[in-house]
Design a protein around this ligand. Structure first.
Ligand code: SER
Length: 337
């Protein structure tokens, strides 16, 4: 029997790729949730589709009637959007997550099996104290430098901890303590780059924006300095990571929150790669002080050895293969015609 999975933020960048992956494996009945209606292609990938705000208790009530086995909670305001409207971000990112975790708990109690809760976290949970420390620290592990400076980073860091709490320590002083009805698993994503979609409202957006602008023959003014460095990943690897973490046997997982990395170029290294694929690309730099400060606060790279050891994480794409075999061959088709 197909298991029922819920995907929130189904219309976002990760959502689109994840729905496609579910459709090709064909072993799940998908419930989608998004503020906006799904496009025709995506609509064909899901069995039930809801439009609404994830922090709306009425929507949660409707979703709760399904015997959901897995939740992929992708809905969130990204870092730049969240800085423009911090209270809204807190409501959606935190209250939305808490509502879903509680729902997962109740579904797990009802069905007698723990609901897997897959949560995309982020490098925004890090807060590097200075550029010097960022450079010398290099690839950082999960439990250091957790001094998030953005509303989004704070929201995600707190929700990581809420997920662990709901899975392991819920109601320590109540009769419920000890029940394991939520199985929370989080991935800290680096900036994701898709050939088929562009992000909205993130701060790592300069990389995908630069590539998509070049593919359309448009000039691009990059909003961070050439030396700005954070980790990135090609979208297919992000989706594979979510699916592999979901499939990993619980006993092999030594943590509930994992870093995953692939490549960690500077903005200039990305620009050089873009120019070699699109020689006419016009890329200039116009750093936005506040967005630059956000990027400076994120780590230069992540140590993902725990994910590699526990559940066999390994990106398919490094920077060269991401460009040469995934981004460049696909992106031209996106804008053709
Ligand atoms: N891509 C996200 C952002 O820029 C980081 O996780 O907000």
């Amino acid at each position: 029997m197909s298991r029922i999975v819920l995907v929130t933020g189904a219309n976002g960048e990760i959502g689109h790729s994840l729905l496609e992956a579910f459709a090709s494996s064909g072993d799940r009945d998908v419930i989608s949730v998004d503020l906006r209606p799904l496009g025709d292609a995506q609509r064909g990938y899901v069995k039930w589709s809801f439009e609404g705000d994830i922090s709306d208790p009425k929507l949660i009530e409707q979703l709760e009637s399904f015997d959901i086995a897995e939740i992929y909670h992708l809905a969130a305001l990204l870092s730049t959007s969240a800085e423009k409207n911090p209270e809204l971000a807190h409501r959606v990112n935190v209250n939305g997550t808490m509502g879903l975790l509680s729902m997962a708990r109740r579904i797990g109690q009802r069905t007698g099996s723990a609901v897997k809760f897959l949560f995309p976290s982020t490098i925004a949970v890090y807060g590097m104290p200075s550029l010097e420390v960022k450079t010398s620290a290099g690839a950082v592990a999960e439990d250091v430098y957790l001094d998030a400076t953005t509303m989004y980073g704070i929201n995600k860091l707190y929700c990581e901890r809420l997920g662990v709490y709901m899975s392991e320590r819920y109601g320590q002083l109540t009769d419920d303590a000890g029940e394991k009805t939520v199985d929370f698993r989080a991935l800290r994503f680096p900036g994701l780059i898709s050939a088929f979609t562009v992000p909205s409202g993130g701060t790592s957006d300069y990389a995908p924006e630069m590539i998509h602008a070049a593919a359309q023959g448009k000039p691009y003014a990059c909003f961070v300095r050439p030396d700005a460095r954070i980790p990135f990943m090609a979208m297919p690897d992000g989706v594979t990571a979510l699916l592999n973490l979901a499939a990993a046997p619980r006993e092999s997982l030594t943590r509930r929150v994992y870093n995953i990395g692939a490549f960690a170029p500077t903005a200039e290294e990305i620009a050089m790669k873009v120019k070699s694929a699109f020689p006419a690309a016009e890329i200039t730099y116009a750093p936005h002080p506040k967005r630059q400060a956000i990027i400076d606060s994120w780590c230069a790279d992540v140590d993902d050895s725990a994910a590699r050891r526990d559940w066999g994480w390994k990106p398919t794409f490094d920077m060269d293969t991401a460009f040469d075999t995934y981004l460049i061959p696909n992106i031209a088709g996106v804008y053709a015609g």
